[in-house]
Design a protein around this ligand. Structure first.
Ligand SMILES: NC(=O)c1ccc[n+]([C@@H]2O[C@H](COP(=O)([O-])OP(=O)(O)OC[C@H]3O[C@@H](n4cnc5c(N)ncnc54)[C@H](OP(=O)(O)O)[C@@H]3O)[C@@H](O)[C@H]2O)c1
Length: 418
């Protein structure tokens, strides 16, 4: 008898609450259409990023990537209220009618949280070993979510997943965070201004070489123990031959401090509850010196507080960068309010940075260089970081609850095998 698929359904406005919904009427699956893949999530990760998707999903069409299945029971079938959110990880190819992807391969990319198989129509990308989704309902989705890396059945991934090794967990937990950080360092604020790309969704917002220059700057990171924050600090140290900042500071919560120290990725560590101006003057930073504030989603609106206090103290050479959001259940109205009244910062976006970087250096060249840098980070890993593997949808449900209750240690990464 076919296994009954289970999906996680979230209320779009109250996404801390979840419901695991069984879908007995979705099986058996019908025949697969041409040029398509039947895919089932095999590995997924949960980080603060998933909660950002729920928070900003209504603005970025993220609830449309994996629509509610047709047999979803009431009341969860009301797409105006409920939806499926997304995670990064691997899907197994259960069936294929696409000539270049064999059954038994895996795709790395954006995956649904559940055991229901999905059918995607795909075409080959311009880079070998990658496919792009062409299904009609995914046309308005940002390209980054429609691109998948193909891993052949002979690569040994199935065994790695079975043994729950660090490698597939790092791929699910860190690869996209690394790419974001890589793009920030290599293209958004590059050592060589000829490689500068506009990092935001709206290219009309000015972004000039002087603005993006990190030479001699004090770079302050909020949520420095986040995966994306750690990857950025790593890239500043190891992948930046020119235009280096004078110091990279971790402005951390007390809870994350021990782990942030253990990573050895930052030159200075300060509690985010401290006075920013006292801290800057202790470091000898003058009012005209460049200070770059990068918010990877520090808790308690710490980025906004530090920025306001630093501005009010007369520091004039400031660059504010927004990357992440703190974990909170925020209504759509409050999100819009926050964006309209918050400190103006450059909201950097991995999708736009990647598109523009590919245009600048070429699609294949972009992925070749990225992959080399990624393998280097993966080989080194993060000091003190532990992967915690769970198995099955009930484990995912518990993980989601723990993230929402802020119960996960910053040093722990949640990976799941389904
Ligand atoms: N713009 C883009 O294109 C892009 C790309 C990738 C990721 N992101 C965003 O970057 C952010 C970080 O992603 P990640 O996957 O690297 O996250 P992560 O590793 O799960 O981040 C963990 C950090 O989140 C902070 N945090 C904020 N609120 C928290 C709470 N209530 N409970 C526990 N920790 C909380 C903590 O820093 P403190 O303890 O220091 O507060 C913690 O160290 C997310 O918002 C993600 O969406 C954006």
């Amino acid at each position: 008898m076919a296994e009954i698929p289970v999906i996680q359904v979230l209320n779009k406005e109250h996404y801390f609450a979840q419901k695991l919904v069984s879908l007995p009427n979705e099986v058996p699956y019908s025949d697969l259409a041409p040029s398509s893949l039947r895919l089932k999530t095999k590995v997924l990760s949960l980080t603060s990023n998933n909660l950002t998707y729920t928070k900003l999903g209504f603005l970025l069409n993220l609830w449309d990537v994996h629509p509610l299945p047709p047999t979803t029971p009431a009341p969860y079938n009301d797409a105006s209220k409920y939806g499926l959110i997304n995670a990064w990880g691997y899907m197994e190819v259960l069936e294929s009618t696409h000539p270049s992807v064999e059954k038994g391969s895996y795709l790395w990319g954006y995956v649904p949280i559940g055991t229901l198989a999905q059918d995607l129509e795909v075409k080959n990308a311009n880079v070998a070993g990658q496919v792009l989704v062409t299904s009609e309902y995914r046309k308005h989705i940002m390209p980054i979510y429609n691109r998948y890396l193909v891993i052949s059945p002979s690569a040994g991934l199935a065994e790695e997943i079975e043994k729950k090794t660090n490698s597939p967990a790092y791929e699910a937990l860190v690869r996209i965070m690394f790419e974001t950080a890589y793009l920030m360092n290599r293209f958004a604020m590059p050592g060589d201004s000829k490689e500068l790309v506009h990092p935001g969704m709206d290219p009309r917002i000015p972004w000039e070489p002087e603005t993006a220059d990190l030479s001699g700057a004090t770079v302050i990171c909020f949520a420095p123990g986040s995966k994306v924050g750690m990857c950025f600090a790593h890239q500043l140290k190891q992948n930046r031959p020119r235009a280096k900042p004078v110091r990279v500071v971790a402005a951390t919560s007390e809870v994350s401090q021990p782990f942030v120290e253990e990573t050895s990725l930052y030159d200075e560590i300060v509690l985010s509850t401290s006075s920013p101006t006292e801290f800057l003057s202790k470091l000898g930073v003058q009012s005209g010196d460049k200070v770059v504030l990068i918010d990877f989603g520090g808790r308690g609106k710490v980025g906004a507080r530090w920025t306001t206090e630093i501005k009010e103290a007369g520091y004039s050479n400031l660059l504010q960068v927004g990357i992440g959001q703190e974990i909170s259940e925020t209504s759509q109205a409050d999100v819009l309010e926050l964006f309209s009244t918050g400190n103006p910062s450059m909201l950097m976006n991995a999708n736009d940075m990647r598109n523009r970087a590919m245009e600048l250096v070429g699609e294949k060249e972009y992925f070749d260089e990225l992959n080399e840098a990624w393998l280097e980070l993966k080989k080194q890993g993060f000091k003190g970081f532990q992967v915690n593997w769970g198995e099955g949808m009930e484990a995912v449900e518990k993980g989601w609850d723990s993230i929402c209750k802020s119960e996960i240690k910053t040093s722990v990464g949640l990976a799941y095998k389904l």
